[in-house]
Design a protein around this ligand. Structure first.
Ligand code: ADP
Ligand code: MG
Length: 696
């Protein structure tokens, strides 16, 4: 039996360890830095660094690393030993405050979108004391932010921290209006992580999975997820052993892994941690993905985090549950008991509605990637139109306020609703709506669009920023109000009227919604190519600059990095398909044709009367399909040759990838998948969908 309370956080330099190991003065200084962002002096940094080192060495650690999250979306680390020579030829183990606070590394191979000229390759990492240091694979990892020599953010964490600061500033202005003071406000995130687990030996037989993380070919198996028998089903022994070890690894690091279950598609699962402060939640999610991959290997499994590893069944998302909390633990998205509390709650909900409506494009962009394009609008994923689900109760209350009509609630009778006479809201009476991209779920919003493999940093950064902007505008109005209640009433009413088009409680998968959304003037960016160029629209540059999240330069750089990575990924996928066809599929099918032809000849030799109808028809079909496969492959080869990922060509390449390359890939896949169903199992060079999905 594991002793969970003892195991939990045993590899994290957390609150308990800090208290135990730091002198009171240093502990207080560190807490001050963590809570209020107060700069730490070098003497204290030295004490903290030394305590971290001693703690780590006791656990067998020899190296440390600044752990950061470059714009490639994954994490990066470069290990340095504690080892340091001393007089007499011996060594001491050393870790200074300077090394803790700041690291300098050659950053030339990380994407910078032109922010860092190649001759100025230096990048700096700086300690994020709000996220605990931890030990991973015998290395002390210091969570850090990553910047260029001239101070521009080269990572996903810096903008996230900046957005938390903006949200803190603007939310406190709103709270003050209601007579509420608090130390700090921050966003909280609960990141549900979906993933697939498949057998490692079958994975190793497929170049598409190895190179791109998804299957580029594969005929549909006779059974997909139509019976819905996997969702919440009993967990297979091998998967269960994986989950057990995964949980233990995560708990050691202080990750609050809580819920695990089978998801809708065969071989698909989910892990949900308990929510925490957003930047920590994002760090923990990055660790979770890394450890999922590692632990899977130990069980001869492969963990697929791609958004759409298999056609025809659900893809994987990373649901971003988002709320705002004060440092005394109050969730500001929790409706209250009194009309005053509820007035504040309603204003906050209105701010979110306004934010989502005004920045639909940004939310869509925060979930856009090459992989996620295959998922959004697919089976279970939300459609690419952004809307907000509020549930019947909250919608009815907002309607009543807007129209100045009577709100009829069974228990409390009818009341005329205004912010001075708000009903106590019943909690969580809403039906769960699984088709909405942005759903209010009782005391938090759940943004369901982000893809499983993406860092949650950018969606969280964007949500924080757009809500901070609504708060800013609200506070500007209300701070100067002569009659607060009247103006508050008016502001809420006005906001609902102006932005109600974004509220949609119906079925987001319904065809009719697309038309309705269009008539409401909502945007519908189907793919990355459609939405990404809007990242640098004037209004977005202004927004991010105003709140100090991205400078104009940083925003352009980010956009270019995303575009470049998109084009490169499409290109790689196309090249992998071409290689698979030319080097594996065609060479496997030709001998099969020969076998058929030989059989026909042999049969005819035995007797002219033998009927070779099946063999002849099959040979005809196979040879015709093989020709089509070859032709489609030629077309794809031509179209992919035109893709250039140089910065000046990015916008053209983006469109060609989206309009031409992906279309040609689909054409090639269609004929190849048809061919797969015609040839014998032993002939086809790759394990089938059936084997991939059902053999764990
Ligand atoms: P479901 O699958 O029904 O959406 P889960 O229990 O799988 O629900 O996931 C809900 C997630 O929302 C969990 O990670 C949970 O910790 C998180 N969550 C709950 N309250 C908050 C909050 N105030 N802020 C952010 N996330 C929250
Ligand atoms: Mg869930």
């Amino acid at each position: 039996m594991i002793n969970l309370p003892e195991l939990f956080g045993s590899m994290a330099f957390n609150e308990t360890v800090m208290r135990e190991r730091l002198p009171m003065e240093a502990y207080k200084a560190l807490k001050n830095t963590m809570k209020k962002g107060v700069r730490m002096d070098m003497a204290t940094a030295n004490i903290v660094a030394n305590a971290m080192k001693d703690w780590a060495i006791e656990k067998g650690v020899t190296h440390y690393t600044h752990w950061f999250q470059p714009l490639s979306g994954i994490t990066a680390e470069k290990h340095d030993g504690f080892i340091s020579p001393c007089a007499g030829g011996g060594i001491i183990m050393e870790f200074s405050g300077k090394a803790l606070i700041k690291g300098e590394s050659d950053a030339s191979s990380f994407p910078s979108g032109g922010l860092r000229a190649t001759f100025e390759a230096r990048g700096y990492t700086s300690w994020d004391p709000t996220s605990y240091a931890f030990i991973k694979d015998g290395v002390l990892c210091i969570p850090t932010a990553f910047c260029s020599f001239s101070g521009e953010a080269l990572d996903t964490k810096t903008p996230l921290l900046r957005s938390m600061e903006a949200l803190n500033t603007q939310t406190k202005r709103i709270l003050k209006l209601f007579g509420n003071e608090c130390g700090r406000v921050f966003s909280t995130s609960g990141l549900e992580q979906e993933y697939f687990l498949i057998d490692r030996s079958t994975y190793n037989q497929r170049n598409d999975l190895i190179y791109t993380g998804r299957t580029l070919f594969g005929a549909r198996p006779p059974k997909g997820q139509e019976l819905d028998d996997h969702y919440f089903g009993s967990i297979k022994i091998r998967v269960s052993a994986f989950m057990k070890e995964l949980n233990e690894e995560l708990w050691k690091l202080g990750v609050l892994a809580k819920t695990e279950h089978n998801e809708s598609a065969p071989a698909q699962h989910e892990l949900a941690p308990i929510f925490t402060t957003s930047n920590i939640a994002v760090d923990h999610n990055q660790l979770t993905m890394e450890i999922m991959r590692k632990v899977a290997k130990r069980h001869d499994l492969t963990c697929l985090l791609h958004e759409k590893p298999f056609a025809g069944i659900n893809g994987s998302g990373k649901h971003n549950n988002w709320a705002i909390s004060t440092d005394d633990g109050t969730n500001l998205l929790e409706s209250g008991e009194t009309p005053e509390e509820n007035a504040q709650f309603l204003l906050i909900v209105c701010a979110v509605i306004k934010a989502v409506d005004e920045y639909q494009d940004l939310l869509r962009i925060s979930a856009a990637s090459c992989g996620n394009d295959h998922r959004l609008g697919g089976n279970e994923a939300p459609p690419s139109i952004i809307s907000v689900f509020l549930g019947d109760e909250l919608s009815a209350i907002l309607d009543a306020i807007k129209d100045g009509t009577v709100y009829d609630k069974k228990e409390s009778g009818s009341i005329t609703v205004g912010v001075d006479a708000l009903p106590a809201f019943p909690r969580d009476t809403t039906d769960r709506n699984r088709t909405s991209p942005f759903a209010f779920t009782g005391n938090k919003f759940e943004f369901r669009m982000p893809g499983s493999s993406m860092s949650a940093a950018s969606s969280t950064t964007f949500i924080n920023t757009i809500v901070a902007e609504s708060f800013r505008q609200f506070a500007d109005k209300l701070e100067n109000a002569s009659d607060f209640t009247a103006e508050l009433n008016e502001l809420i009413r006005e906001t609902i009227k102006k932005h109600e088009r974004i509220i949609f409680n119906g079925n987001g998968y319904d065809e009719a919604w697309v038309k309705l959304a269009e008539s409401r003037g909502l945007s519908n960016y189907i793919t990355t190519a459609d939405c990404m160029p809007h990242l640098t629209d004037e209004k977005n540059i202004k927004l991010f600059e105003r709140h100090g999240i991205y400078s104009e330069k940083e925003l352009f750089a980010r956009r270019d990095i995303l575009l470049e990575s998109y084009c490169k990924q499409v290109k790689i996928e196309a090249l992998v398909m071409i290689e698979m066809v030319r080097r594996d599929i065609i060479p496997s099918v030709i001998p099969y044709e020969k076998t058929l032809a030989d059989a026909i000849i042999a049969m005819k030799t035995v007797s002219k009367d033998l009927n070779c109808r099946t063999e002849t028809a099959l040979l005809k079909q196979v040879s015709e399909l093989l020709e089509q496969v070859s032709d489609c492959c030629d077309s794809l080869e031509k179209s992919v040759a035109g893709i250039c990922t140089q910065p000046s060509e990015l916008h053209d390449s983006l469109r060609s990838c989206n309009d031409v390359v992906l279309r040609d890939m689909q054409n090639l896949r269609t004929v190849t998948d048809r061919l797969e169903t015609l040839v014998g199992k032993d002939i086809w060079p790759y394990p089938s969908y059936g084997r991939l999905l059902y053999r764990v």
